[in-house]
Design a binder for this molecule. Structure first.
Ligand code: ADP
Ligand code: MG
Length: 583
């Protein structure tokens, strides 16, 4: 008995549909692409029930005649290519002729369209892939496609969808991408009968700001480059304005939003030396490539692309960004003059013998130990292993490290990492001692974000409430923080925190604990003394003593080392003393 069945068309179409249309957002993406391919200058999208109940898109593009209105829902029906060789010249988003076919198979759909100068338009109703009615319609130039009851005949797909809040956020994310890539096009987006996004034609720089919000978009550096077969335009963060979230990176190739690891790697390579832990560059990048230098035919969603030469594009992008950053860098403190000033400053503080004296650590050193609160500590029973009193404070070096002589060795503290750890544990203890102390802000703190991000935050408001944050929508692209843990006293810290939360919330499984850890670690980092802060000997010793009481004083909350000990053996070994233990 043969085992191979030929699937009926009704079944195979549903399977094919699943590959192209996963959720309302992928439906919107296909429909937007079709409108843009048709040359639309004005596009309106109206969504009900997070796109599951209905999604309607109206454009003023080229329109279709009666015949095409019916043909467009057939498989492999496309006006964009007719032969394989056309793929290399492709200038449009679509070319497979599969999207409308796939949508029609899993919904109830109406296509209404009219071409310029046509006497009449045409309207076609389709249900589960079958045309059920076809009739003349008013001659309004352009196309309206309405998709109702998405996945009504594929309940398994329907079940696979996430919460309305998630689907809505994905929908506006798709619209934001289209808006970024097409700044000359007018977009209106209505969700549940309210206009939630609106972009009038503007130049690309303004459009970036309209979509990302002023906070994120301010000060972005424009980079423009042209090579044979390639035009690039990027907007990237200057090094001092990175954001605490990796959410604001957009890549477009020929206006198509794409995810290409290689480009992201090139971006991070350019920022490598400038990037502090947890800081990320903002990047909106538009590349115009000749269609034969990459292959979009890789994934049905067309999100992944392959370059013909990965290495070339990587080098180009990271090189361009790196040199733009170098040019835009604020005057660096390590120029020859400033270095001279710094060492002058140091000399002012350091007795001459310190630089040329007999002993490296003379007894009569920089500080008056008698005025220090404690010169040595009695070892507490619960002290950590590294804590080997008595200690003598020797001084600060590099304006960042505190040097002590410990029992039998040398001991160096990173003052920022140590302070961070101490505050982190203090804040943690405060929160553990009961519910987070919440303060209502006198005035709501506005935070500008892309609408999709605003929705993402709002959809997690319960989780946030547990952490002491109360947030509310204030317009499409603004979030208001109404209350926050009492630990936050500065608006800038709070803003920073919300950005970091965005990243943590991206991961639906991210435990509240992780978010909390991140919140507290950020706060501790902000509040802690920084490298380059001058510390008094008393403060230095206090830091050491407080670090001793930490549950884990060996590193800062981000995992960076806080203390370094060179014990007697290590020193002996370094100086190749006879009898020293070998390396
Ligand atoms: P593709 O975009 O790959 O060609 P689609 O299934 O998305 O396939 O669309 C099929 C065809 O329907 C398109 O090639 C185009 O000719 C026509 N079409 C779809 N949407 C529109 C629109 N908004 N305006 C004009 N023509 C459209
Ligand atoms: Mg298409």
């Amino acid at each position: 008995m043969p085992k191979i069945n030929r699937l009926p068309a009704a079944v195979s179409s549903l399977i094919a549909a699943g590959e192209v249309i996963e959720r309302p957002a992928s439906l919107l993406k296909e429909l937007l692409e079709n409108s843009l391919d048709a040359g639309a200058r004005q596009i309106t999208v109206e969504v009900l029930g997070a796109g599951k109940k209905s999604l309607r898109i109206t454009d003023d593009g080229s329109g279709m005649d009666a015949e095409d209105c019916a043909a467009c829902v057939e498989r492999h029906a496309t006006s964009k290519i007719s032969a394989l060789s056309d793929l290399d010249k492709l200038q449009t988003f679509g070319f497979r002729g599969e999207a409308l076919y796939a949508v029609a198979a899993v919904s109830r759909m109406t296509v209404q369209s009219a071409m310029k100068n046509a006497k009449s338009g045409w309207k076609v109703d389709v249900e589960a892939g079958k045309i059920i009615s076809s009739a003349p319609a008013p001659a309004v130039v352009g196309t309206t496609i309405e998709v109702r009851d998405l996945f009504f005949n594929t309940p398994a797909r329907l079940k696979f969808l996430k919460s309305d809040a998630f689907e809505k956020s994905a929908l506006s994310g798709v619209l934001e991408e289209a808006a970024l890539a097409n700044p000359g096009v007018h977009f209106t987006y209505k969700s549940e009968n309210r206009t939630t996004l609106h972009f009038s034609p503007e130049d690309d720089r303004r459009r970036v700001a309209s979509v990302l919000g002023k906070d994120v978009a301010e000060g972005l550096l424009p980079i423009v480059a042209e090579r044979p077969g390639l035009r690039l335009k990027l907007f990237v963060s200057p090094v001092e304005r990175m954001v605490p979230s990796r959410n604001f990176q957009y890549w477009f190739i020929n206006k198509r939003p794409i995810g290409a690891k290689i480009l992201q790697q090139a971006l991070y390579r350019a920022y490598q030396e400038h990037r502090a832990n947890g800081r990320h560059p903002v990047c909106v990048a538009f590349a115009e490539l000749s269609p034969d230098s990459f292959d979009v035919n890789v994934h049905p969603g067309k999100r992944e692309i392959r370059f013909k030469s990965d290495r070339e594009i990587y080098d180009l992008v990271s090189g361009l960004i790196a040199s733009a950053l170098a040019k835009a860098k604020p005057a660096t403190p390590i120029t020859p003059e400033t270095a001279a000033t710094a060492s002058q400053e140091l000399r002012d503080h350091v007795p001459a013998y310190y630089l040329g004296g007999r002993s490296f650590f003379p007894n009569e050193n920089l500080l008056d130990l008698k005025s220090a609160p404690t010169q040595s500590f009695a070892p507490a029973p619960a002290s950590p292993r590294w804590f080997t009193p008595p200690y003598r404070y020797i001084g600060q070096i590099e304006r960042s490290y505190l040097v002590f002589e410990a029992a039998g060795g040398l001991f160096v503290l990173d003052q920022h990492a140590a302070a961070e750890r101490i505050l982190y544990e203090k804040f943690l203890a405060q929160i553990k001692d009961g519910p987070a102390k919440v303060q209502r802000l006198m005035l709501p703190l506005p935070i500008e974000l892309p609408a999709s991000r605003v929705q993402a935050v709002l959809s997690q408001s319960e989780r946030l409430a547990k952490l002491g944050f109360e947030v509310a929508a204030a317009g499409r692209t603004t979030l208001h923080v109404l209350a926050a843990p009492a630990l936050f006293s500065k608006a800038a810290d709070l803003k920073d925190m919300v950005h970091r939360l965005l990243d943590a919330l991206e991961n639906p499984l991210g435990a509240a604990r992780d978010v909390q850890h991140d919140a507290i670690a950020t706060l501790a980092c902000k509040a802690a003394v920084k490298a380059h802060d001058a510390l008094s000997p008393q403060e230095a010793l206090r830091l050491l003593e407080d670090l001793k009481d930490c549950a884990d004083g060996s590193c800062c909350p981000h995992g960076r080392r806080a203390i370094l000990a060179l014990n007697r053996e290590e020193l002996a070994r370094r100086f190749q003393r006879p009898g020293a233990p070998p390396l």
